[in-house]
Design a protein around this ligand. Structure first.
Ligand code: B3K
Ligand code: ZN
Length: 877
């Protein structure tokens, strides 16, 4: 451990910056050994700052070497400035001046992948949140917005493509015979939105005419071998631009919009002004190499980054505690876009599954934090599911509470009022309140209170009075630093399904309707419904109208009624999941106690009628047939026994499959397609259903299925079907699994993104020698510790591999801990993310819990980055 432990910074300590930077002029002389960065910062004291004599303190990483610093062309001698830990401090400055800094950096040695670094043969940047300080000294905080001009100088033969934010305004040759290009971005922005790319890249071009008739050039860049894989991204971009005009009235503002794919990237993509940079896994897509999920991801991420141009760039965050201001809102925007482009119910189910599995687990773990955190040690650790996904749920609830029209008025007001500013979550709420007249005071507690609320619901039907009462209690469990919780305001969208399967029209607060939106805002509240003509089952939280856990005591018959008759597709899925969770919980207990597994499954009955109904949307059928994931079951458990969960899931799947074999086979045949691959909702639904039923079929005793799996794997013309069959082969006891896996690698060894899928699947393959195989995989030419996608693929496979990762000798955990320690030295952001599975040690059953804790303690004893230090110390606190 380091001597001095990293300190936390607090939202309550926020102060406006003592200086502002009106203009930023940067020159990059790019070189393979040393890159020279010269900055001219047009600065002035901030009139809003109370610190009239504050020294100028600029941020700069330990990897930035200062050569010279001048104020208004006066070179400062060393006595007139100070270099402290990561800061350049100048005590005496005029009120208005130009600061010039010459600094040296070595992008080729930058393994952190933040700041300016090399990915394959190109230079690229990643500056959010605090990467710019690894490029040069600056006021690296989002409330310092500046107009940037960027000059790039490089060898034209090696780097014919040189890009930065904004519009290109100049180009030429230097005296040394190098080429230079100048880019100017007229929109003031914080340094985290700065971007630069230089390389030998190909591009595809298109145009978009905005609603006011402006022509925008669209360009997507990749290395030449990938240029055939970006048409879908371009198509997604154009659809995003149109959607943002139609739904939010937002028009693009520069003359050009550029997107670049890079291979080595810590996350999905980055919304740099006019120059988005993408992890190639979120941009490249072809039917042969990309699954349906991959296509949907490209569409969603392209949209997300584009939407940031308004929600993030034109209006940005005052400080990093407000991160969800841009991320929560933008995730909500991209979710609604994807919903409009595809199937709304499928989209909602997928988003909610993800939230309930991963964000709820975060809320229940040591890193639980509010959507607007009160403090952090390392901001990179706060790009979390809480900030993104729960943040999006908050915006969605505002949308539900205000209604479509008032919400749009609110967003218009927000963009108009705050254009060009760096603002807070409170400013967003205020715009929504001012435009709608709705009081969101209590609602805004969602931003400051961490944890997942639990709703406990009881209902009673009074036949004589044809009325029904619903009593809802809310309780939010304690989270680190927040022992007590207040009542939250949330919308509960609901209806009542009569025992005959009809949705009832009922009266609530004088309004007769089939669907009501209840406002829950007390710890315990009763809601009355009149005119309830028969006994009914409540269908609550339709479309998951609030991000909460719902406890309502419904028996199997009541859940089957909702599954077959609810008018809300989302809640039909929920009912099937709940039924499965109930049955799996019984089986998990049996497995934990070493009993023989045994259950009379009601799911079989529900699934049988779903499978027979040819009128149902295949996507809905596929979702309903999909059993709750092991991670969701783990999230629900008080003491996680991964082996018991796996055993219970396998048992229930086999029960269902063997009892419904004939229906499954018919369904498989019915959903086969001979049409050319299209990434549209209709085809995706059929492929998804076909592959879900193949998964069931694979665990029956039917000898015919092995051949069907091999054939689908070997003859499909698209990656969705090919990879689904391969995964089924690897996860069932298919006799040719190894052969298929090896063949898959041979076929795709030149396609890096497909090879990542192979790495993941190979690492997930169970067997007594699994860990040894994973270690061998790390020596494979296809693996590269420098590439975050490859590391995540391999470890994703490992953590799914229950017998290997959770081995009782602790070898799986030790392997992960070793890797965290090694990676922390080169890429702290990546290393920190890998700590998540171990950080949940308190929820594991006793023997595994102790093993995980021991590994965390071993990591804690090392000299750690701030990133890993924060996660480990909070996990062990
Ligand atoms: N804003 C970026 C995330 C940056 C993460 C920095 N560690 C991508 C996005 O959310 O759009
Ligand atoms: Zn984002």
């Amino acid at each position: 451990m380091k001597e001095a432990q990293p300190a936390a910074i607090h939202l309550k300590d926020y102060q406006v910056p003592p200086f502002l930077i009106d203009k930023t002029e940067l020159t990059f002389d790019l070189d393979e050994s040393v890159t020279i960065v010269t900055s001219r910062l047009h600065m002035r004291r901030n009139p809003a700052s109370k610190k009239a004599n504050a020294p100028l303190v600029l941020d700069g990483g330990e990897d930035v070497r200062l050569v010279a610093v001048a104020i208004d062309d006066y070179q400062l001698p060393p006595a007139e400035y100070r270099l402290d830990d990561n800061q350049l401090i100048i005590t005496a400055t005029p009120d208005l001046f130009v600061l010039t800094c010459e600094t040296l950096i070595e992008p080729q040695n930058n393994t952190r992948l933040e700041g300016l670094y090399r990915s394959s043969s190109m230079f690229c940047t990643q500056c959010e949140a605090e990467g710019f300080r690894h490029i040069t000294y600056y006021l690296d905080r989002p409330d310092v917005m500046s107009v940037f001009t960027t000059k790039i100088i490089a060898d034209a033969n090696v780097y014919p493509t040189m890009l930065a934010n904004g519009n290109q305004v100049d180009e030429g040759e230097t005296e040394e015979g190098k080429r230079f290009l100048v880019w100017h971005d007229p929109f003031p922005k914080p340094a985290y939105l700065f971007a630069l790319v230089a390389g030998n890249l190909n591009k595809i071009e298109d145009t978009f005419t905005t609603m006011s008739g402006k022509n925008v050039a669209l360009e997507i860049f990749t290395e030449s071998h990938n240029i055939d894989k970006v048409d879908y991204a371009m198509d997604s971009l154009k659809r995003s631009m149109k959607w943002d005009e139609e739904v939010y009235g937002r028009e693009y503002d520069l003359d050009i919009f550029m997107v670049v794919a890079v291979d080595d990237f810590n996350m999905g993509a980055m919304e740099n002004k006019g120059l988005n940079i993408f992890n190639s896994s979120c941009l490249l897509a072809t039917p042969e190499t990309t699954t349906d999920d991959g296509f949907l991801r490209v569409e969603a991420v392209v949209a997300h980054e584009y939407f940031h141009n308004w929600s993030g760039n034109r209006v940005t965050c005052r400080d990093w505690f407000q991160l969800s201001l841009k991320e929560g809102f933008t995730v909500f925007r991209d979710q609604m876009f994807s919903s409009d482009m595809n199937s709304p119910t499928v989209k909602r189910v997928e988003d909610v599954s993800f939230l309930r599995t991963a964000q709820f687990a975060e809320d229940a773990g040591p890193m639980a934090h509010p959507v607007r955190p009160a403090s952090f040690i390392e901001i990179s650790n706060f790009y979390t599911l809480t900030i993104y996904e729960k943040g999006a749920e908050i915006v969605r609830m505002i949308h539900t509470l205000l209604g479509e029209d008032a919400f749009r008025k609110g967003s218009d007001l927000y963009f108009e009022r705050h254009d060009g500013q760096a603002v807070t979550c409170d400013d967003f709420i205020r715009a929504m309140e001012d435009a709608s007249g709705v009081d969101l005071k209590q609602f805004s507690r969602w931003y400051s209170q961490a944890g997942t609320p639990v709703l406990s619901v009881a209902f009673e039907y009074n036949e004589a009075e044809t009325s029904l009462t619903l009593t809802v209690k809310q309780m939010t469990p304690a989270t680190p630093g927040q022992p007590t919780k207040l009542a939250l305001h949330m919308p509960i969208r609901m209806g009542l399904i009569g025992k005959d399967g009809q949705e009832l029209t009922t009266q609530h607060q004088g309004v007769a309707a089939k669907e009501h939106v209840l406002h829950l805002n007390q710890l315990s509240q009763t809601f009355e419904f009149k005119g309830v003509s028969q006994a009914a089952v409540p269908s609550l939280l339709r479309g998951f109208s609030a991000p909460v856990k719902l406890n309502i005591d419904l028996d199997a018959q009541e859940l089957l009624l909702l599954l077959s008759s609810d008018t809300d597709g989302f809640n039909r899925w929920c009912a099937a999941q709940q039924l499965a969770v109930n049955e799996l919980s019984v089986l998990i207990e049996q497995a934990k106690n070493g009993e023989t597994l045994n259950i009379e499954s009601h799911l079989v009955e529900g699934f049988a009628s779903i499978l027979k109904d040819e009128n149902l949307d295949p996507a809905m059928v596929a979702l309903i047939l999909t059993l709750p994931s092991a991670s969701y079951l783990a999230e629900l458990a008080d003491s996680i026994d991964p082996k018991a969960i796996a055993k219970a899931r396998k048992f229930l799947k086999e029960q269902i499959a063997n009892q419904l074999k004939a229906e499954l086979v018919t369904c498989y045949e019915r959903n086969k397609m001979s049409d050319a691959y299209l990434p549209n909702a209709e085809q995706m639904a059929k492929r998804q259903l076909k592959n879900v039923v193949l998964g069931y079929w694979s665990v029956t005793h039917d000898t015919a299925v092995a051949k069907v799996i091999s054939e689908q794997c070997l003859t499909s013309d698209n990656m969705t079907d090919e990879f689904a069959a391969l995964s089924i082969a690897v996860n069932s006891e298919h006799s040719e699994a190894d052969k298929l896996l090896a063949g898959f690698y041979d076929k795709w060894s030149n396609e890096s993104l497909v090879v990542n899928k192979w790495l993941m699947l190979s690492a997930s393959q169970e067997g007594s020698d699994a860990l040894a195989k994973i270690k061998t995989l790390m020596e494979h030419p296809a693996f590269d510790l420098k590439n975050p996608n490859k590391v995540r693929s391999l470890l994703g496979g490992l953590t799914q591999n229950v017998p290997c990762f959770h081995h009782q000798d602790g070898s799986g955990y030790a392997f992960l801990a070793d890797l965290i320690i090694e990676l922390d030295k080169r890429n702290p952001q990546l290393a920190s993310r890998l700590c998540t599975p171990l950080s949940r040690w308190r929820k594991m059953e006793a023997s595994l819990s102790a093993l995980m804790k021991a590994e965390l303690e071993r990591v804690q004893a090392q000299d750690l980055s701030k990133d890993v230090y924060e996660v480990i110390s909070k996990s062990l606190a």
